[in-house]
Ligand binder design. Structure first.
Ligand code: HEM
Length: 536
């Protein structure tokens, strides 16, 4: 067939598809109302402003392994119990560690099927294993002594920012108005850890460049386009394909940003994950790992750390407004262990298990990614007499697993309630122990589980301890708090806007924040400027 005929056939196909696409767009109002969460969609028929209200009863009614059909056509396996997810994602992990194909996600990194440079979407092959090894020394137990001072300093800066916000607009604090402050804090921790880059304030351009690209990527991942339904479309030349033109543009923007950040990391004076990755890659025995691949690996991790955490910690405020009794206990403990003349530290952690219990309960009670990130079955299989077809999409219901009565004892508190005590047990000698053996399903499970779990739980400990040490969190006059109300952002949920009062717990808190916050900027710059903090 001549080139002209191929192009003509393509052109006809595209015209037909554009008509279909426009028709779909024309009907998108009804569709968006129905599809409240990617994948979960409308299966459980919850109201729009409370998208998870009926999700748990849906899971209970459908059993540990359910196979609903999306749009009544596409089967999706939903794992509703901890046993089921452990069996498939951990014990049989060799068949459940890949992601479902996402043509759009491959197009935006100019890659073939299963080979997205965005490592979250890459198949679990030798390439991905290498990139996991490259990242692990920075995010795991080995890396934590290096990044913890950052988390402490940024938590101090967060208290300064919150105090300023309270002073500038007393009575006007809301989950939405403090969100940028939480976002800056986490961005600064994550960008410093990966590239030695500090984000001093919310206006910094690089912060918005990063957030803008991340928002575009999440939109692509959460909103399938025509090429995801008709993969052949990916081969259309850019001239005929609006999808290819958009993907090429986003790819070019990513390459530009990620290489800028990568070079910043490589040239910064102190230790950071980029330098660590380059050094680990050199020792890996692989000839030369391309800079661009390392740059995308870092960027994937940065996105994992920045997009999730600030949304997750917002639920602390909702929990405090909904169940204030746990705040009273935390205040008493913080006074006893930390006192009123300094802010909390990591060295206080052994005495502050209740703070870690609050963090774990936030992750269980309101997992921001209730359906986690989906996987793909790589063989025909069977579990609990239910057949799983090769190629089918599988999601772990993090929300339901956190309410699995076989794992979380309902006698310790209704599973829909916020009860941090369920994470503590009194052991011999009367001491309280944190139940680290209980699962945190929001981080996923098995080979693909979140690599940044330790950075996230360290950050939650320090930020929760700092916020509760400094502030009383009180309902604003006339404001009703309904913890079921939430909005959906990509794969994630966050509380709908709630107004509240944030009040320093006393003059002592204001005095310490002002005293210790004064030099945080200088301390952070000095920390990031240290020539060698031990990278070997
Ligand atoms: C509350 C905070 C966080 C939540 C809820 C979260 C959640 C997740 C989830 C659900 C996955 C996919 C797991 C699976 O498929 O089983 C994931 C993967 C990942 N996360 Fe996180 N994450 C958080 C924080 C972080 C942080 C702070 C970092 C980095 C410092 C990070 C880096 C990563 C990376 C690199 C992956 C990719 C693993 C892979 O697909 O091979 N995450 N995360």
């Amino acid at each position: 067939m001549s080139t002209t005929s191929i192009v003509t056939i393509f052109a006809i196909c595209v015209s037909i598809l554009l008509v279909i696409f426009r028709w779909n767009k024309g009907n998108s109002d009804t569709e968006t109302k129905l599809l409240k969460l990617p994948l979960i969609g409308d299966l459980h028929s919850s109201p729009l402003d409370k998208p998870l209200l009926n999700w748990d009863s849906w899971a209970r009614d459908n059993g540990p392994v359910a196979i609903p059909k999306l749009f009544g056509i596409i089967p999706v396996v939903v794992l509703n119990s901890y046993d089921a997810v452990t069996e498939l994602f951990s014990r049989r992990s060799q068949w459940y560690s890949n992601r479902p194909a996402s043509v759009s996600m491959e197009m935006i990194t100019d890659d073939k099927s299963g080979q997205s440079k965005f490592t979250l979407m890459h198949d679990y092959d030798e390439h991905l294993k290498l990139h996991h090894r490259i990242l692990a020394p920075s995010l795991g137990a080995l890396g934590s002594p290096r990044y913890r001072p950052l988390i402490v300093l940024e938590s101090k800066q967060l208290l300064v920012d919150l105090l300023n916000a309270v002073r500038t607009s007393p009575g006007e604090i809301s989950t939405h108005s403090i969100f940028p402050l939480l976002e800056r804090t986490q961005a600064s921790i994550i960008l410093a850890l990966h590239y030695g880059l500090r984000i001093a304030d919310c206006e910094q351009k690089i912060l918005h460049d990063v957030i803008d690209i991340q928002t575009q990527i999440t939109h692509v991942a959460a909103t399938p386009a025509m090429p995801d339904f008709i993969p052949l479309l990916r081969h259309l030349p850019a001239f005929f394909s609006p999808w290819k033109r958009a993907a090429d543009k986003l790819y070019a923007a990513q390459v530009d940003l990620y290489l800028r950040l990568f070079n910043h990391g490589r040239q910064s004076p102190g230790w950071n994950a980029t330098k660590q990755a380059i050094s680990t890659a050199e020792k890996s025995g692989i000839d030369k790992v391309p800079d661009l691949d390392i740059a995308f690996n870092m960027a994937t991790s940065v996105q994992g750390g920045m997009e999730t955490f600030p949304r997750q910690i917002l639920w602390l405020f909702i929990a405090a407004l909904h169940r204030p009794s746990f705040v009273t206990r935390a205040h008493a403990l913080l006074d006893e262990v930390v006192g009123r003349d300094r802010m909390p530290l990591f060295s206080d952690r052994a005495g502050l298990k209740f703070i870690d219990a609050i963090a774990s309960e936030i992750l269980r009670w309101r997992p921001i990614a209730p359906g986690a990130i989906p996987r793909r079955a790589d063989r025909d299989d069977e579990i609990d007499c239910i057949k799983i077809k090769e190629g089918v999409t599988i999601m772990a219901n993090a929300w339901g697993i956190g309410r699995d009565a076989k794992v979380f004892d309902p006698a310790l508190g209704d599973l829909d309630d916020f009860v941090p005590e369920r994470w503590l047990r009194v052991v011999d000698g009367g001491e309280e122990k944190l139940m680290t053996e209980l699962p945190l399903p929001v981080f996923g499970q098995g080979r693909r589980m979140c690599q940044g779990k330790r950075v996230a739980t360290d950050g939650l400990y320090m930020q929760i301890a700092s916020i509760l040490w400094a502030f009383d969190i009180e309902a604003a006059d006339g404001e009703e708090v309904d913890p079921w109300e939430m909005v959906v952002a990509g794969f994630m949920t966050m509380p709908r806007e709630v107004k509240f009062r944030l009040r320093p717990r006393g003059d002592w808190a204001t005095r310490v924040i002002e005293r210790d916050g004064k030099d945080v900027g200088k301390a952070l710059d000095a920390f990031l400027g240290v020539v060698d903090q031990g990278e070997k």
